[in-house]
Design a protein around this ligand. Structure first.
Ligand SMILES: Cc1cc2nc3c(=O)[nH]c(=O)nc-3n(C[C@H](O)[C@H](O)[C@H](O)COP(=O)(O)O)c2cc1C
Length: 221
């Protein structure tokens, strides 16, 4: 597999088989991903791997919170408060694509909320990464985290593994940071569910579109 193939093959998977990944593989991917470029080579990430008994216990904690409809103060705004129609249309479209595949209509807010809560069971994945960052870091360093995440997800593809990046965890920063014993100076950015794709899960029929390049690409000769 070459880079072009890995980039084309990676997609967010939201249904995993109940099949463990050995910890050596999880660590290997995390370490290799750290070849990502970062401004000033600052390497602003901290990565926690969760698997096995810890994963089971976090899923249990989250099942309880979902059941009791608990809320926390989000760690950050996942989307800007004000967003142009251009961007709004793109996120609307992926929602329609995904929930459409699952047969959940837009008006059925309850069914959508129940399905969304599968995020907090990592869509059945046996393992996950959590990425935390020093609270004093700014947008340039947060973009470095994105470089790390993309490397991680592409390397997973190379290993026949699937991933789903999950910023939904920003809705439960207190729980996750306490669970990971993250020091106060760091904050949670996101999780990444990792595992073997369940080919029979209808959620995995989702295919995200990309905006035509005329919307975002300018070339000056
Ligand atoms: C930083 C980040 C956070 C994301 N958080 C979530 C999430 O919480 N739950 C989810 O189902 N998908 C999440 N996604 C997946 C996006 O919806 C997905 O990347 C986008 O729709 C494009 O689809 P693709 O990844 O299949 O190409 C996230 C993606 C990124 C990059």
């Amino acid at each position: 597999m070459d880079v072009t193939q890995a980039v084309a093959a990676r997609r967010s998977v939201r249904g995993f088989l109940d099949r463990a990944i050995d910890v050596a593989t999880l660590k290997d991917l995390a370490v290799k991903a750290a070849r990502a470029a970062t401004g000033g080579n600052i390497q602003p990430w901290h990565v926690d791997i969760v698997h096995g008994e810890s994963m089971r216990s976090l899923k249990q904690v989250m099942a309880g919170k979902t059941e009791r409809r608990e809320r926390e103060t989000p760690g950050y705004d996942v989307y800007p408060k004000e967003m142009d129609d251009l961007y709004r249309a793109r996120t609307f479209a992926i929602g329609e694509e995904m929930y459409g595949r699952l047969g959940i209509p837009r008006e059925d807010k309850r069914a959508r909320a129940i399905w969304f809560a599968r995020n907090f069971q990592f869509f059945g994945a046996p393992a996950a990464y959590f990425v935390t960052v020093d609270r004093r870091m700014g947008p340039p360093q947060w973009s470095d985290l994105g470089m790390y995440l993309q490397n991680l997800m592409l390397l997973a593809v190379e290993q026949g593994l699937a991933t789903c990046p999950q910023e939904c965890w920003a809705m439960f920063p207190q729980t996750v940071e306490a669970f990971l014993t993250t020091p106060a100076e760091r904050m949670l950015f996101c999780g990444v569910a990792i595992g073997y794709e369940d080919p029979d899960d209808p959620a995995n029929l989702t295919r995200s579109a990309r905006a035509p390049e005329e919307e975002w690409l300018t070339v000056k000769g």
